[in-house]
Ligand binder design. Structure first.
Ligand code: NAD
Ligand code: WQD
Length: 330
């Protein structure tokens, strides 16, 4: 029984990863204080796996509470650290909240791991660490540019903290996660109004919003709209299982891009949603959004070579599952 501590395991990416860990015969232990998710995701995990899941309603920045979790759980193979705040705009309004939680939770987790001889950690990083890369597709050797937000800065600083710690680590640099589990029982339960593209598209489709505004169509891209690498969240979840296998068999510090390698424009993403779900999305063209980069997509050769992972799901499947989640979520 390989126990894995999963902080933020009740969140969007964490809940999908917990399901994949169980399917790969690990025993995930969730630590989440539900500050940006819902108990619905825990219940959803339990329905998918058809058994109870162990979870601690604990704040990862609270050292004495985390000490109790480690004492109760005993030997663990490693940790996957999802717990963090993720709203880019809020991080600009209230940077301290982001430094405290995102770096504070990693600091406490690393201390607990060291004290309890847990060596392996997977960290949720982001392609935001690259800013606007000079070379596309971007690979892991690209330099970190000045962060566009305090949120992005926390990802850069957390990767630095990992390098300076004695643990074995994998930083997974996610591109743009989209979609949901095929059962639509788990998904993104963020407290805030969504600001990401696909949840906004689904809100337009269901009538919560009148239309989506495309942030600029005068970029130097084929259709003038920004380009991103949209990765199905189930594929992304599976990369954590591969990364944990890798860490159990290897030491050192590692960072991998987790993307499809395919650049998709905003207009293409809207069209993909419309075609797969046979719906029409009302949109208009607005001004550019501050801080948006023109285009980014992954060179994912390294993750394929070292972890044996590559994206398998299509954008179309992600769009179908995103729509199912919008219709079924509470
Ligand atoms: P999410 O908000 O759905 O999940 C984060 C979870 O952590 C939530 O369940 C929240 O309740 C919990 N949490 C936050 N602070 C906590 C604390 N101090 N103690 C205990 N629990 C705490 O977000 P997500 O989209 O699943 O993102 C997971 C991770 O991936 C985050 O670190 C995020 O920065 C990173 N990431 C997300 C994206 C994205 O677009 N979703 C992209 C790149 C990286
Ligand atoms: C995608 C594209 C927008 C909304 C953010 C974070 C990043 C990472 C993922 C965590 C862009 C366009 C969007 C809208 C639009 N998160 N868009 N109209 O900005 O690539 O990345 O989430 O680590 O750090 O910055 O994702 O989904 O917000 O935008 O035209 O109403 O959709 O301009 O081109 P982004 P996004």
């Amino acid at each position: 029984m390989k126990k894995i501590l999963v902080t933020g395991g009740a969140g969007y990416i964490g809940s999908h990863t917990v399901v994949e860990l169980i399917e790969a015969d690990y025993t995930p232990i969730i630590v989440d204080n539900l500050c940006n998710t819902s108990i619905q995701n825990i219940q959803g995990i339990e329905k998918i796996i058809d058994k109870k899941i162990k979870w601690h309603n604990t704040d990862c920045t609270d050292k004495s509470a985390m000490d109790k979790v480690f004492a109760e759980e005993g030997r663990m193979e490693g940790a996957i650290h999802f717990a963090a705040y993720k709203a880019v705009e809020e991080s600009v309004q209230n940077p301290q909240k982001y430094y405290d939680n995102n770096m504070g939770s990693l600091k406490v987790l690393l201390q607990c791991m060291q004290e309890n001889n847990v060596k392996n950690i997977i960290f949720s990083s982001s392609c935001t660490v690259y800013g606007m890369p000079d070379v596309l597709p971007v690979d892991e050797n690209a330099p970190f540019k000045k962060a566009e937000s305090p949120y992005g800065e926390t990802k850069q600083l957390c990767e630095k903290m990992l390098k300076e710690d004695s643990c074995n680590s994998v930083a997974l640099r996610y591109f743009n996660p989209v979609g949901s589990h095929s059962t639509a029982l788990i998904g993104d339960c963020s407290a805030d109004r969504p600001s990401n593209l696909v949840p906004i598209i689904t809100e337009v489709a269901i009538g919560k919003r009148e239309k989506i505004t495309i942030f600029g169509n005068d970029y130097k891209t084929p259709d003038g709209t920004c380009i991103r690498d949209y990765i199905h969240v189930v594929d992304l979840a599976k990369s954590h299982v591969k990364a944990m296998e890798f860490l159990i068999n290897n030491t050192g510090k590692h960072a991998f891009n987790v993307g499809t390698g395919i650049g998709v424009s905003v207009l293409d993403a809207i069209k993909a949603f419309e075609q797969t779900n046979k719906l029409s999305i009302n949109y208009s063209i607005g001004p550019r959004r501050d801080g948006d980069i023109e285009q980014i997509y992954a060179n994912s050769n390294l993750v394929k070579e070292k972890l044996g992972w590559e994206a398998k799901e299509t954008l179309e499947k992600a769009m179908i599952s995103a729509w199912e989640w919008e219709k079924l979520k509470e």
